[in-house]
Design a protein around this ligand. Structure first.
Ligand SMILES: [Zn+2]
Length: 343
């Protein structure tokens, strides 16, 4: 079992809404169906589908709430803190896959455990609207970061667009935001794959050296590109979100990715992100990761280093704590107090 002093700060959880009522297009069900296939991982990994009515579809195509998500993360798993990320895919979901207000509600329900990550889109409806909305989300909802989705079924935009994207970073910086996150790769709609390439992060990271850019999902299938970007830009961090099903169904693939990241990027800029509740309870993944090793055969063949306990602690929570100014000792003490009062 996991050592109790390991601090787990999950970068990517979603209080999502995949209900029929939230579908924006007549064919949005096709995009949601891809999520359903990802959810099949839970069956492969032997996890019971204890949420919803029990069958795959109704446990998945639903609207989540703070109570169920809080139980999953903070009672049924060892997660200490989490970032609730808005997913503003307005081309597919009326309120977004993970609506802004729903992430805020989750953060409000667990104020010392959940950070709210806002979301806006300069094309929905406009840059001016997005800038105003950023201001509202920081000042009224307490957003600590922003996550962007630049690839859409219709028009997409680029992270290095001086007219559309740079004003977002500038306004965010004025509001005290230091970490800007991008969904890259990992298509969850029928947006074009090339619009999900991480290459546009390079110029943004060069032009805003005081800001941190987080690339999610290792930008799969753009893994090579992602490694070569992160290796050269100290203000780029990588989030493991969207790869957490691999330990359950393709552990060697995950160990290869991890070995390569440790060799070429290092463990200081890799963040844990479970995507809960998308793949079910994150606890099996946390335990698997804590026990994982880089197999000797991979070390010999590719020059990958071992993965140390220190690496794992950084990835599971300490890196994210450092990025967002969370004092690990204080957060751990709060958790112990909560446990005692619950007992
Ligand atoms: Zn994402």
């Amino acid at each position: 079992m996991l050592n109790n002093d390991v601090f787990i700060f999950d970068n990517a959880v979603h209080n999502y809404d995949l209900s029929d009522a939230n579908m924006a297009r007549p064919d949005s069900g096709l995009d949601r169906a891809y999520h359903l296939r990802l959810g099949d991982v839970r069956r492969t990994s032997g996890q019971e589908l204890t949420y919803g009515n029990g069958d795959m579809y109704s446990s998945f195509a639903r609207k989540w709430n703070p109570k169920d998500l809080g139980k999953l993360l903070f009672e049924d798993s060892a997660t200490d803190m989490a970032m609730a990320q808005a997913v503003v895919l307005y081309d597919v979901y009326k309120q977004g896959f993970a609506p802004v207000e729903a992430q805020y509600e989750f953060a409000r329900a667990f104020p010392d455990r959940v950070m709210f990550c806002g979301g806006v889109d300069p094309l929905y409806p406009s840059l001016e609207g997005a800038l105003e909305e950023m201001e509202r989300q920081v000042k009224q909802l307490g957003a600590k970061s922003f996550k962007f989705y630049n690839a859409h079924i219709g028009a997409s935009w680029r992270a290095d667009d001086p007219k559309l994207a740079y004003p977002l970073y500038e306004r965010g910086r004025q509001l005290g935001i230091k970490v800007f996150q991008f969904h890259k790769g990992f298509p969850i709609t029928r947006a074009r794959l090339e619009d999900l390439s991480p290459l546009d992060i390079q110029r943004a990271a060069t032009d805003f050296p005081d800001l941190t850019f987080a690339i999610h999902h290792l930008a799969l299938p753009y893994f090579e590109e992602t490694v070569y970007i992160a290796a050269r830009f100290p203000n780029v961090v990588l989030v493991l979100s969207g790869t957490m099903h691999l330990p359950m169904i393709a552990p060697w693939q995950f160990m290869e990715y991890m070995g390569r990241l440790l060799r070429d990027v290092g463990s200081d800029r890799i963040l844990w992100g479970s995507e809960a509740p998308l793949f079910g309870n994150p606890q099996p993944m946390i335990e698997w990761f804590w026990k994982m090793e880089i197999p000797e055969v991979l070390q010999e063949r590719y020059g990958y280093p071992e993965i140390t306990e220190q690496d794992k602690r950084k990835i599971l929570g300490e890196n994210q704590a450092r990025l967002f100014g969370v004092d690990v000792e204080t957060a751990k003490r709060q958790a112990r107090t909560r446990e005692r009062s619950a007992a």
